[in-house]
Design a protein around this ligand. Structure first.
Ligand code: BTN
Length: 261
């Protein structure tokens, strides 16, 4: 079981994780966080569950959330326009990747827009959900799922070749409280950079870990597939793909999945 007091004792953040709500089981931490946000929860409130029965992934996929993982959501209230909301996904990916690198001393990769990988296998997914008021953001829920302390066999067979867990990579369990504390700290640092309009410096960090840039990829968007070379991300976090005919196409994270060929 995750002990919240153990996270809080040495947590030095100003607002991320100062309020943590812990549940042994939830349908989805994102769903609970959304409800808490509607009821006025403060920015930085974190919802943690030991297991989720209806964990949500991108593209309406189910997210398997066995015991031993780190399943949490962070409530944010940035004063930004709706079109800037996707930048928080990239911000979160950098925070998670830095945390895993620090805590587990392994090379960590980021795949646009929100997958964090070790040895080309997905170890973490991030689901960002924004609620809007007029054209500005009312709240953003950043849901982070890290496959931590469970064997790969705890995931369905079809995921076992593309996913991994920290336990598989390291051959031992990690200290989840310490991992979460580090994650909340990194998260606050990078989120502050984002709020200070220093997204460009964040993108430098993001690019350093984005091994897939320069590689051939297949993009699926609204059921349509196309191939090209992943060139870069632009200043708004959109992915730039060079198509075979030389045209450069920008893709936004909404309904897109990217497969490295
Ligand atoms: C993805 O498809 O890669 C995103 C997965 C996000 C999973 C996390 S687990 C905690 C939070 N609560 C959810 O229901 N989903 C996110």
């Amino acid at each position: 079981m995750i002990r919240i007091e153990k996270i809080l004792t040495e947590l030095e953040t100003d607002f991320i994780g100062r309020e943590i709500l812990y549940f042994p089981e939830l349908l989805s931490t994102n769903a609970t966080a959304k409800k808490q946000a509607e009821e006025g929860a403060k920015e930085g409130t974190v919802i943690i569950a030991e297991t989720q029965t209806e964990g949500r992934g991108r593209l309406d996929r189910h997210w398997f959330s066995p015991k031993g993982g780190v399943w949490l959501s962070i409530i944010l209230r940035p004063e930004i326009a709706a079109e800037d909301a996707q930048k928080t996904t990239l911000t979160s990916a950098v925070a998670v990747a830095r945390t895993l690198h620090k805590e587990c001393v392994v090379k960590v990769q980021i795949k646009w827009p929100n997958d964090v990988l070790i040895s080309n296998k997905k170890v973490c997914g991030i689901l960002t959900e924004a609620t809007l008021k007029d054209k500005t953001v009312n709240s953003i829920i950043v849901g982070i799922g890290i496959n931590a302390n469970f064997p790969i066999e705890a995931l369905p067979e079809e995921l076992q070749t593309t996913a991994t867990t920290l336990q598989e990579v390291l051959g031992k369990k990690v200290d989840r409280e310490k991992l979460i504390r580090e994650l909340l700290t990194e998260f606050e640092d990078y989120y502050n950079l984002f709020r200070a309009e220093k997204f460009a410096s964040l993108l430098i960090e993001w690019r350093r870990m984005a091994d897939f840039l320069g590689k051939a990829v297949e993009v699926t968007s609204f059921g349509e597939k196309f191939q090209g070379k992943a060139l870069d991300i632009d200043e708004n976090g959109a992915l730039m793909i060079k198509l075979e005919n030389g045209e450069i196409k920008k893709v936004f994270s909404g309904d897109v999945s990217v497969r490295v060929l």
